[in-house]
Design a protein around this ligand. Structure first.
Ligand code: A2P
Length: 284
């Protein structure tokens, strides 16, 4: 049976656990440390942070303390961080990575992502900016200090700017929640062997009230959050739910003991947009 430790193969020799723990907005140091520690205690083996979240130090300290206490080996925990959108371009990306590695208590990262693309909406030289950023990412990858590199919030036209370069992104982390599957981007990625991850998989909690989802929750004897996460997993997407509430951290991990049938999946696919954030990578 699939579980929190079940991994998907990336497009290189690395693999990634099929559900992760997101840490966006968990800025308070003690809260970041304690919630990551609890997530690890409860079996999560995939932790997602970013320079922008301002919690890289506390998140990684929770991970190294867990490892040093003998609860897991380093290679059993998949750790991601990201370069923020003010640091795009070759030199700035390399420098941002060094800052992240100084901040984090880890020798290597499993995955390093470009957090947002450059876009024609705010950068006349956007294609070149994306290519220069990706050149730096490839160099970081070749140094061996990250096991894989990828992108986040790249739509198909952003992916097109780097897809011909030496290393194809291993992952694209985009917003996905009911009503907002971003199917064009998911199809593009899956066609090219790029694993898709979902940020805000629960629409920051806004997605939980939809009657179709509530009906499915009653049908399966699961919570609405579990129905949504299962829907994403069955779309071959890796959800990164975040919560600082102990019961929810556990609840969000219990999504491997049931399955949605084709009609269930279709009825969620058919939900019109309602819970998404409205953040566009093409907005300044
Ligand atoms: P909290 O952290 O207070 O538990 P997303 O991952 O889509 O960004 O959603 C995160 C938001 O959803 C947070 O506000 C979190 O609240 C809430 N949340 C996370 N898991 C659940 C759950 N299982 N049930 C209800 N709300 C949840």
């Amino acid at each position: 049976m699939e579980s929190l430790t079940t991994r998907k193969q990336l497009n290189n020799s690395t693999s990634i656990p099929m559900l992760g723990y997101g840490t966006y907005k968990i800025k308070d140091p003690a809260e970041a440390y304690n919630s990551v520690k609890l997530a690890l205690d409860k079996g999560y083996r995939h932790i997602d942070t970013a320079a922008f979240y301002e919690n890289e130090k506390d998140v990684s300290t929770a991970i190294t303390d867990f490892i040093n206490a003998g609860h897991a080996k380093r290679d059993e925990i998949f750790v991601t961080s990201k370069v923020w959108k003010t640091e795009l371009g070759y030199d700035k990306t390399l420098a941002a990575f060094e800052r992240t590695m100084k901040e984090m208590t880890l020798d290597y990262l499993d995955l390093y992502l470009v957090h947002w693309p450059s876009s024609s909406a705010f950068d006349d030289d956007w294609v070149n900016t994306n290519r220069q950023t990706w050149k730096a990412m490839m160099e970081i990858y070749k140094s061996g200090r990250v096991k894989a590199i990828g992108v986040s919030n790249f739509l198909t036209h952003h992916l097109d700017t780097i897809i011909d370069m030496d290393v194809i992104p291993a992952v694209n982390q985009i917003e996905i929640n009911p009503g907002f599957l971003q199917k064009d981007t998911v199809d593009y990625c899956q066609d090219k062997g790029i694993i898709v991850e979902a940020w805000s998989p629960l629409g920051r909690g806004k997605s939980l009230s939809h009657p179709v989802l509530q009906e499915l929750a009653a049908k399966h004897g699961k919570s609405v959050a579990q129905i949504i996460l299962r829907w994403e997993i069955q779309h071959e997407v890796i959800p990164l739910p975040k919560s600082v509430t102990p019961e929810r951290i556990v609840e969000n991990s219990q999504v491997f003991d049931f399955e949605l049938d084709e009609d269930d999946m279709q009825s969620i696919d058919d939900i019109p947009p309602y819970g998404n954030s409205g953040h566009s990578p093409d907005a300044p």
